[in-house]
Design a protein around this ligand. Structure first.
Ligand SMILES: [Zn+2]
Length: 174
C-alpha cells in the first residue's frame, strides 16, 4: 500500500451494463469524508484495466467558421464543414492527447493509492453483482450523461506514431 496524505473514505462503483463495452464502470471517490470527485472511469485497455480521471475533451477551431469542436469530430458542429477526424492522431510524433484531466493526482504515490483502491472497490463490486438481489449503485444524474468513447482514451495510451526507420542504415536519432 502506498503512502498518501489523502485519506480515501468512500469509493462508489457503478458497473456498466454492457459486458462488451471497454468502459467497465463509473466511480466516485470521497476524500476525508469531505470532498468527492465523480466521473472517474474504469476502462479495459489492452494491458489491463486502468482508471481514467474526470476529464474534458480537448477542442480545436474549425478552419472555416472558428467554432470549437472536439478533436475527433468529423464535422463542424456549427457550420457542417468536413473535418479530419484523425487530425489529432496524425499530428506527428508526440503522444496523442484528446482529453485534459479536470482532477488528478500530482505524484505517483497518490496515483498508485487511488488506482489500487479503486480497482479493489471495482472487483468487490463485480463480486457483489454476481450475488442474488444485487442492487446496482446509482449516481442518479450522472449516468450516461455524456457521449463517451473508451476508444478515445485507448488512442491516448498508444505510443507516439514515430516513423519507423526502414532504411536499415545507421541509427539517425540525434
Ligand atoms: Zn465550422
Amino acid at each position: 500500500m502506498s503512502h498518501c496524505e489523502l485519506q480515501i473514505t468512500e469509493i462508489r462503483v457503478k458497473l456498466t451494463a454492457d459486458p462488451a463495452s471497454k468502459l467497465k464502470a463509473y466511480c466516485s471517490v470521497t476524500f476525508g469524508d469531505a470532498f468527492v470527485i465523480r466521473d472517474l472511469k474504469i476502462i479495459e485497455g489492452g494491458r489491463g484495466a486502468f482508471v481514467a480521471m474526470p476529464s474534458r475533451k480537448i477542442c480545436d477551431h474549425c478552419t472555416r467558421c472558428g467554432h470549437k469542436n472536439h478533436l475527433r469530430a468529423r464535422y463542424c458542429n456549427q457550420c457542417g464543414q468536413a473535418l479530419d477526424g484523425d487530425r489529432a492522431v496524425r499530428s506527428g510524433d508526440t503522444r496523442v492527447r484528446l482529453h485534459a484531466d479536470l482532477a488528478h493526482p500530482i505524484h505517483s504515490h497518490c496515483r498508485e493509492l487511488l488506482h489500487e483502491s479503486i480497482m479493489r472497490a471495482y472487483h468487490a463490486e463485480l463480486e457483489r453483482s454476481k450475488q442474488e438481489g444485487y442492487t446496482p449503485t446509482s449516481f442518479d444524474d450522472l449516468d450516461g450523461s455524456d457521449e463517451f468513447s473508451a476508444d478515445d482514451y485507448l488512442v491516448e495510451l498508444q505510443p507516439p506514431r514515430r516513423e519507423v526507420d526502414r532504411s536499415g542504415g545507421a541509427a539517425t536519432s540525434h
